[in-house]
Design a protein around this ligand. Structure first.
Ligand code: 1AL
Ligand code: ZN
Ligand code: ZN
Length: 479
């Protein structure tokens, strides 16, 4: 395939330049000054006084009061490519990411077809990504019963470059991605320890539903979110996490799986499940946990009957739970955020019947996670440093991306420039680059935080409603 010329990769004609602003979020604090970018990397970061004494005579872009911070890293995105590109796909998903200030996505191994569960299927993923990604993309491989006890298959997948593995403790909704139990997970962790890569787990285990026969027998309306929440109570998350934590003790220093790490995805239950995770961390287990903006923004009580845009698993719980999630996040018990962007075609959202029990579960949010986190976090005194920790630093660490997640010398110039104070209505007039804008749960909201520009490895990939013409994102492979 012919390589795009360098100037198609970027909306800027030069690769050595400075960006300046009054608010640059660095690991040493927020400074006023300049960031020098050369050949895709950050080569210097200077404070205002030094800059004033010794300004550059080269190319300078002054962003005034706008915030310059590391691009967001989303460790949980379903891009559905290859095989279900009518749901999303690499081009639309990564263009939406660029417009939203996300500079790196880690793609989930399921919802594409085939699922990424072997070296062969990973090869198909990489072929699908070639020349079609507008931001950097890394990949999780799948841990499934078929490969869990097959060390050479799993190692083949890891050696091919997946950043870690992902598994489900309940049905995933995808036929070629069956669920795993604790013994599969124990096996997976022992292989991962050699590679020092993480296992991400969807932690819900089906339990008997109290006072409830089957969904079909239910007299309650399937159009009501509360019916759906009752079918996936917090006890499902708690049961899964309890079981997971019986195997994470292996990850402690000196344990048989030292070097492996377990990451619990999309925590919704801020009560017992969270207490269990806190205990495991204090015991020294190598465990982290993420939650998602939709659990922080919405509450089950507010979701309108039939509005299946909000269906996801685990479900969005009550408003008191949402408060506890914010508290856990600001107290540092929840480590990071991810989108869990999991779109489908509008038809599978069943807007006609509004049936929460049968509609596709998954929230579409990718392009909006920055303004959503910022807008809903305002009430909790959210700071720019916290945003960077939850959306860039910690995700980079989880995925093993050593040169991403900070504005610091030697790091890739993966940067978002945005105006936190600027408000906008997310309506039909707003440019949305996701494949199916109508299924996004945030449509109709008023948000604050406008993205002005996004740089990936020094390429200006998005600015003010315009994308760079060529898809020059890099597939990230572990080595
Ligand atoms: N197959 C899926 O994409 N499932 C996803 N669906 C959600 N979260 O509703 C997930 O991450 O579990
Ligand atoms: Zn999940
Ligand atoms: Zn997911």
């Amino acid at each position: 395939m012919p390589q795009p010329s360098v100037n198609e990769c970027s909306l800027l004609p030069h690769n050595h330049y400075w960006i300046t602003s009054k608010r640059i979020v660095t690991p040493k604090g927020i400074i006023s000054g300049a960031v020098e970018i050369n050949g895709g990397n950050i080569v210097s970061v200077v404070g205002e006084e030094d800059w004033r004494r010794n300004p550059s005579s080269g190319q300078v872009r002054d962003y005034g009061e706008a915030v310059i911070m590391p691009g967001l890293i989303d460790v949980h995105a379903h891009l559905d490519d290859p095989g279900r590109t009518e749901w999303e796909g690499f081009p639309s998903g990564t263009r939406a990411a660029a417009a939203g200030g996300l500079t790196t996505l880690i793609d989930m191994p399921l919802n594409s077809f085939p699922s990424t569960v072997s070296e062969e299927t990973f090869k198909l993923k990489l072929e699908a990504a070639e020349g079609r990604i507008y931001v950097d993309v890394g990949f999780w491989g799948g841990l499934v019963p078929e490969n869990a006890f097959n060390a050479s298959a799993l190692e083949g997948l890891l050696r091919a470059g997946v950043l870690g593995l992902k598994s489900f403790m309940c049905p995933s909704g995808i036929n070629d991605f069956p669920m795993t139990n604790a013994s599969h997970i124990k096996e997976g962790l022992s292989i991962l320890s050699k590679y020092r890569r993480p296992l991400l787990v969807h932690a819900e285990i089906k339990q008997e539903l109290e006072g409830y026969l089957t969904l079909e027998d239910s007299t309650e309306s399937a159009r009501s979110y509360s019916t759906y929440v009752k079918t996936r109570p917090a006890s499902w998350e708690e049961a899964a996490i309890r079981e997971l934590l019986t195997v994470t003790k292996d990850t402690r220093t000196g344990g048989p799986a030292e070097g492996a790490h377990l990451h619990i995805v999309h925590l919704s239950d801020a009560r017992c499940s969270l207490d269990l995770i806190k205990e495991a961390k204090s015991r020294g287990d190598s465990v982290t946990v993420e939650t998602c903006p939709h659990y922080l923004a919405f509450s089950a009580e507010e979701i309108q009957d039939g509005d299946t845009r909000f269906k996801c698993a685990p479900p969005i719980r009550d408003a008191a739970n949402r408060e506890k999630l914010w508290e856990a996040l600001t107290d540092g018990h929840i480590d990071m955020l991810s989108s869990d962007h999991s779109p489908t075609v509008p038809e599978l959202k069943l807007f006609g019947t509004g049936d929460f029990l049968r509609a596709w579960g998954g929230i579409s949010s990718l392009q909006f996670v920055l303004p959503v986190t910022w807008s809903y976090g305002h009430k909790y005194g959210l700071t720019l440093e916290q945003l960077v920790s939850w959306w860039s630093e910690k995700p980079a660490k989880l995925a093993g991306l050593n040169l991403k997640g900070a504005i610091a010398i030697g790091y890739y110039a993966d940067i978002v420039v945005w105006e936190p104070e600027v408000e906008f209505d997310l309506n039909d007039n707003h440019p949305i680059y996701l494949k199916h804008p109508s299924i996004s749960a945030y449509l109709g909201s008023r948000l604050s935080g406008k993205v002005l520009a996004t740089f990936v490895r020094g390429n200006l990939v998005y600015e003010e409603g315009k994308h760079a013409p060529a898809a020059c994102g890099v597939p990230i492979l572990a080595r």
